[in-house]
Design a protein. Structure first.
Length: 208
């Protein structure tokens, strides 16, 4: 094999997983794949928003959103999630500086705020179900629980992901692979904030 042909061959390294090998740099492959995942997730939420828009008036004589939703409660939920997005951004800056102390600090704050959001949402769902306003009460409530519940599940999975990433930082430090994974988490978390702004605007503020 001549020198020119050898230069065209992709670099294969034993420490790179088979799924990430190829002619493109690993960071490009990972970024492309993760953006595809985020876009597919946005499509799922778009379908849930569309279903909610169609079914929002189908209460079958049951309570409507304006009768069920406590906007003060939802405002606190929203404040927790938006604040967690800010602390997540600060954590990203600490990661760029390879500062473990502040990475742990701001990641812990992100986790606490995320847990507070999930807990408040769980309390809201529990009160509605106990009062007989569960997802089987009407098409409107089915669409509501599907949309808001899907977002809550995503936040919960994101919190589990954050815990695993902090464990990896503790064990492996700020390697290139860990930094890429942390960046993916940050994008995922901010995307959930954007989706929640849509939920807050369309579902809660739209209930008149």
């Amino acid at each position: 094999m001549n020198t020119a042909s050898a230069m065209l061959q992709p670099i294969q390294s034993d420490d790179i997983p088979l799924s990430e090998r190829g002619p493109a740099p690993t960071r490009v492959v990972v970024a492309y794949g993760f953006w595809l995942f985020l876009l597919s997730d946005i499509i799922v939420f778009a379908a849930l928003f569309a279903a909610y828009a169609v079914l929002v008036t189908r209460t079958v004589g049951g309570p409507s959103g304006s009768q069920l939703f406590n906007r003060e409660h939802v405002f606190i939920e929203t404040a927790c999630l938006l604040a967690s997005s800010f602390t997540c951004a600060l954590s990203s800056l600490a990661i760029e500086l390879h500062n473990k102390k502040y990475t742990y600090l701001f990641s812990a704050l992100t986790f606490v705020l995320g847990i507070a959001f999930v807990a408040l949402e769980f309390i809201e769902f529990t009160h509605m179900i106990v009062a007989g306003n569960g997802p089987t009460r009407s098409a409107f409530l089915s669409a509501f629980f599907a949309l808001v519940g899907a977002h809550g599940i995503h936040v919960t999975l994101g919190l589990c992901w954050l815990v695993m990433m902090m464990a990896q930082v503790a064990n492996f430090g700020f390697t290139a692979r860990i930094a890429r994974r942390l960046l993916c988490f940050s994008l995922f978390w901010h995307a959930l904030d954007i989706v929640w702004i849509g939920v807050f605007t369309i579902v809660y503020l739209g209930a008149r």
